[in-house]
Every structure is written in structure tokens, then in C-alpha cells.
Write a protein that binds this ligand. Structure first.
Ligand SMILES: Cc1cc2nc3c(=O)[nH]c(=O)nc-3n(C[C@H](O)[C@H](O)[C@H](O)COP(=O)(O)OP(=O)(O)OC[C@H]3O[C@@H](n4cnc5c(N)ncnc54)[C@H](O)[C@@H]3O)c2cc1C
Length: 535
């Protein structure tokens, strides 16, 4: 059977594309996903996220030892399930700063991707529970809501941040990003709104859309300079599938450069080193990796103010009932639903630090759990100058890739990250949190100098799960795709996912990825771009 479009990777971007491209009944679309389905209720419960960073529905990869983090190897969750990251993430719905997209256009040469041009695509996908204005809309597929019932410690955190000099902001995705507040979440009626549930599910019945799960693509097949289809592992063996118009690679910022390189598309020297025959020498594939690194402070609480004790069996039962009957309580929380954006570098063009208040300790993989209830405050530096790589360890399509975010190679990143950690500690020490917080346990009051905090960071830091840039769009020598997302130098091949972002936006990356896929669908179908926003 031949298809018009084969979308490889049913993640955040892939599910959006599957919906938008199959609207026209005459277009035959195949979506291939290496992972399985998202039927387990943990995927739809907002708090199910906590299980996900610990290995469920993920590829099980880690970074290579990080040279500038004392050789640390960091667990690196990447989704392997329909909906991809949007099915396992913390559901924070943030778009970043308008200057992020303006820099894509002005610095990377991505014509058509300035803020005013991309804002209509954010709005097109949005079904906002509360907001309708120049920045927001409703009626789109993706549910966007405010947290259902933040506990009192979240409100105290908002007051504490204001005591530390950070203003309150009701809408980080509106006119101003600066400030502290509750995040908007990709949830609807206290359930996760992944791109699988929001975009793919409503399109599943279309006869022109085929979805295949547990179908890992091993290679893109190229003939005479054109991508003609893919080879997949279908459980029983190998199978080749043909795309009459295009193969669209949407395997994510690690998976896409991995698949391209397995197909012989990438820097010739790196391909040869891995034992892969070179099909198309393209130096930028797998280069330019950018990610947000998280540092955190954890304090012990004066009482049961967060959700740490919900793991006790009787509390789990009650939390389950509360959720089933009323759609409230700990299970309805994404556990990171409050935070904001502020400055490490006072001269930065826009906020360069993001905070996430974690309603517990040990929520994510590798993060210390306190004996008594704890509260976590993550801080991530948002515009790293360090650049890393994704390379192949070998030509074996089942081997884990070599993921090297190269965190802190640039000393500026380290300097700003440590300032962010200091800001987080300062907020947790404010009077408004005194009734809730007993004492800082990590890093711990005795650690004060930059050297001590850096040592602490080496031991404890984690990824914020925002890799981008490894198939960057633009016009420079390391660009992999053109601003219409066509792979340079081959016909019939596009990349559409977080990997095409030339610079990481100053926020979580799910909403920006969905925007990329929305805009890509118009580019692929040859539709006129939406009218630029008037803000
Ligand atoms: C644990 C975690 C928490 C996060 N929290 C947030 C958050 O709260 N808010 C936010 O905005 N962002 C968050 N993110 C980031 C966000 O989810 C990602 O930026 C987004 O999912 C990227 O979308 P994508 O389409 O580029 O890739 P993905 O969503 O990763 O999709 C890629 C898909 O391709 C599939 N695939 C890969 N290789 C192959 C192959 N060879 N053959 C077939 N299929 C393949 C994968 O299995 C996967 O399903 C988080 C991410 C993670 C992992």
C-alpha cells in the first residue's frame, strides 16, 4: 500500500500533523510510532506525570558523561508512546517570549517565523478555558486550563516570590512573560490534553488515516536524491512502505537526528565513524543541541503541605476517589503548576530563568526524596550558549544514541544557572513561606560559595526535558532544513518537530512544538500562512 505522506514519529508534532494533513479525504496519511498506545489511565491523570520520568513509556536513554559537570551522566527521558512527550510531560503550557521567535527570524534567517507570524498558530490549536483576547482563543483541539485546586503552599509561594521582588503575572503567554503565577496547563476537565487525545483521537476514524503503533522506523529510503519511503521493524521482520509525496520526520530532537544519521544523512565524518554509508553529507544534523538544565532547592515542610504522603496506601485510595468523584485533589494536579520567569542576568533581553514549584520532593527521577514532606523549587537557565550533539554509537538501529547536551561548556551558562539557584533559595526563605517551610535541606544552609553550589549542581542537576535544535531550520551553514522545513539537498523529505527550532525558546517546549507542527501543516499542504497577529 502506498501513501501520500508518511509521518515518522507519533509524538507531540506527529499527532498534530496526522490530524491536519488527513482533513482532506483524498490525501492518504500514514503515522508510524515506535511506542505503544496511551490507554493506561496514568496517561490521562495529570499527576501520572510523576511515574513517567522514571522510565514508563520512554526510550531509557542517558547522556554521555558531561565534561563540564564533573563527568556526570544524566538520565534523559524521551517519550516512546503515542503522543510522545505530550503524553508524559508535566503539562505546563508556556509559549516563551516574543523575542524568542523574533530571533528565529532575524538571527537564524527563518522567514515567516517571527512572533507576530507564529502567534496565530498557537491560537489555532488552543481551547482556552478562560482567556479570549489578542493572545488566546478557544475552540481549537488542545485543552488549556489553569490548575484546578492549588494547595495553600502554592499561594504562599506566590506571596514569597513577590516579597523577593518578582511581580505577580496572571498570564505568562500574554503581553508580558515576566513574573510569578500559576501556569496554564495542557489539560481539560482535569485530564491531560496530549496531542494524541486532542488531535489524533478525533481523526482516528478517517479512512484516509492509518496509524501504526509499535512500528519503529529503521531507515528512510532514498533513491536518486529523493526520499521514497521508509523501512520499519513490524515485530515479525522488516517492511518497506512508500510515500508518493513526502516522508516527514517527527521523531523529536533526539530521535530525528538519530534516524537521519541511521539513514546515512548527516555529517560524513560522523557517519563513517559509526559505520554508516554516507547517502547525503549534511553537517548540521545532530549538531546545535540545546537544552535547559534544572537546578533545585528542596526544603522540609512544617507539616503535610505537599503531596509527598499521598504515596501512603490509604491516602492513595482517598486521592483516587477524590479524583474519580470530584476531579479534584492531588491526582488532578500536574505537581508542577506554579512558577514563573525572572532574571539571572539583569541585562538579559527577556527573562532568562524559569521556576517550577514542585509539590513534593523526589517527584522526578533522580531527585532526592525527604523523610518528611518536602517542597521543591526548580530553576532553569533558559538561554544557554553551550551547544551539544546527538551522534550514533554504531550503525545498529537499536543502539542508544550518544546524547551530549554539553551543559555548561560556556561559563556564562554556569554563572546564570547558579544565580537562578540563589534566587530559588531566596524565595523559599521569604516570610510568606515561614508557616510552611521548616528549613532548606538541599543544597543546605552550609553551602554558600559558587564552588560549593557548582559541586552540588554536579551531583543533583537534571534535564528540564527541552532538547531542540538538532535539525535546525535557517539559512546558516549548519541549518538542516529551510524555513519551509524541507531537508536541504534531498527531495521529498521534511523534518517537523522540536529539532527544527534554531534556538530553544525561553519556556517549556510542548506548546512551541505544537505551533511548529500547526504551521508546518499549512506549508506542506501549500496553504497561505495565517494573517500575522496585530500585537
Ligand atoms: C518528562 C518530560 C516532561 C516534560 N514536561 C513538559 C512540560 O511540562 N511542558 C512542556 O511544554 N514541555 C514539556 N516537555 C517537553 C515536550 O514534551 C517536548 O518538547 C515535546 O514533546 C517535543 O515534541 P516532538 O514532537 O519534537 O517529540 P516527541 O514528543 O518526543 O515525539 C517523538 C516521537 O517519535 C517517536 N519515535 C522516535 N524515533 C522513532 C522511530 N525511529 N520510529 C518511529 N517512531 C519514533 C517517539 O517514540 C516519540 O513518540 C517534557 C518532556 C518530557 C520528556
Amino acid at each position: 500500500m502506498a501513501y501520500d505522506y508518511i509521518i515518522v514519529g507519533g509524538g507531540a508534532a506527529g499527532c498534530v500533523l496526522a490530524n491536519r494533513l488527513s482533513v482532506d479525504a483524498s490525501i492518504r496519511v500514514l503515522l508510524l510510532e515506535a511506542g505503544g498506545g496511551d490507554g493506561n489511565p496514568l496517561f490521562s491523570m495529570p499527576a501520572g506525570f510523576a511515574k513517567m520520568t522514571k522510565g514508563v513509556a520512554s526510550w531509557g536513554w542517558s547522556t554521555v558523561p558531561q565534561k563540564h559537570l564533573g563527568g556526570r551522566v544524566i538520565w534523559y527521558t524521551q517519550a516512546k508512546v503515542i503522543g510522545g512527550g505530550s503524553s508524559i510531560n508535566a503539562q505546563l503550557y508556556t509559549r516563551g517570549n516574543r523575542k524568542d521567535y523574533d530571533s528565529w527570524a532575524s538571527e537564524a534567517g527563518c522567514e515567516g517565523w517571527s512572533y507576530r507570524e507564529v502567534l496565530p498558530y498557537f491560537i489555532r490549536s488552543e481551547d482556552n478555558q478562560r482567556l479570549v483576547n489578542a493572545y488566546h482563543g478557544y475552540g481549537g483541539p488542545l485543552g488549556v486550563s489553569y490548575p484546578v485546586n492549588p494547595p495553600p503552599i502554592s499561594h504562599a509561594f506566590l506571596r514569597a516570590a513577590q516579597e523577593a521582588g518578582i511581580p505577580f503575572n496572571f498570564d505568562f503567554n500574554g503581553a508580558t512573560q515576566d513574573g510569578i503565577g500559576h501556569y496554564q496547563l495542557s489539560t481539560r476537565n482535569a485530564q491531560r490534553s496530549s496531542t494524541s487525545s486532542a488531535f489524533l483521537k478525533p481523526a482516528r476514524g478517517r479512512p484516509n488515516l492509518t496509524v501504526r503503533l509499535n512500528a519503529q522506523t529503521l531507515k528512510i529510503d532514498v533513491e536518486k536524491g529523493r526520499a521514497i519511503g521508509v523501512t520499519i521493524a513490524n515485530g515479525a521482520g522488516l517492511e518497506t512502505l512508500r510515500a508518493e509525496r513526502e516522508v516527514i520526520v517527527s521523531c523529536g530532537a533526539i530521535g530525528s537526528p538519530r534516524l537521519l544519521q541511521l539513514s546515512g544523512i548527516g555529517p560524513a565524518d560522523a557517519l563513517k565513524a559509526a559505520g554508516v554509508p554516507v547517502v547525503h553529507d549534511l553537517p548540521g544534523v545532530g549538531a546545535n543541541l540545546q537544552d535547559h538544565l534544572d537546578l533545585y532547592a528542596i526544603s522540609e515542610c512544617t507539616g503535610d503541605h505537599t503531596y509527598d504522603r499521598v504515596a501512603q496506601p490509604h491516602r492513595t485510595v482517598w486521592a483516587g476517589l477524590q479524583y474519580l468523584l470530584f476531579k479534584t485533589g492531588p491526582v488532578s494536579s500536574t505537581l508542577f503548576e506554579t512558577g514563573g520567569f525572572w532574571y539571572a542576568d539583569k541585562n538579559a533581553r527577556s527573562p532568562d530563568i524559569q521556576f517550577h514549584l514542585g509539590l513534593g520532593s523526589g517527584i522526578e527521577a533522580g531527585v532526592a526524596q525527604m523523610k518528611n514532606p518536602g517542597v521543591t523549587l526548580n530553576s532553569a537557565f533558559l538561554r544557554p550558549r553551550s551547544r551539544g550533539t546527538v551522534r550514533l554509537a554504531s550503525a545498529d538501529p537499536n543502539a542508544a544514541p550518544l546524547i551530549d547536551p554539553n551543559y555548561w561548556e560556556d561559563p556564562y551558562d554556569r554563572q546564570c544557572a547558579l544565580k537562578g539557584l540563589r534566587l530559588a533559595r531566596e524565595i523559599l526563605r521569604q516570610p510568606a513561606l515561614k508557616p510552611f517551610v521548616l528549613a532548606e535541606r538541599l543544597p543546605g544552609d552550609d553551602l554558600e560559595t559558587d564552588e560549593q553550589l557548582a559541586e552540588y549542581a554536579y551531583r543533583s542537576c537534571k534535564t528540564d526535558h527541552h532538547p531542540v535544535g538538532t535539525c535546525a531550520m535557517g539559512t546558516g551553514p549548519l541549518s538542516v532544513v529551510t524555513p519551509d522545513l524541507k531537508l536541504r539537498g534531498l527531495e521529498g523529505l521534511r523534518v517537523v518537530d522540536a529539532s527544527v527550532m534554531p534556538f530553544v525558546p525561553s519556556c517549556n517546549t510542548n506548546a512551541p512544538t505544537i505551533m511548529v507542527a500547526e504551521k508546518a501543516s499549512d506549508l506542506i499542504l501549500g496553504k497561505a500562512a495565517l494573517e500575522p497577529a496585530a500585537v
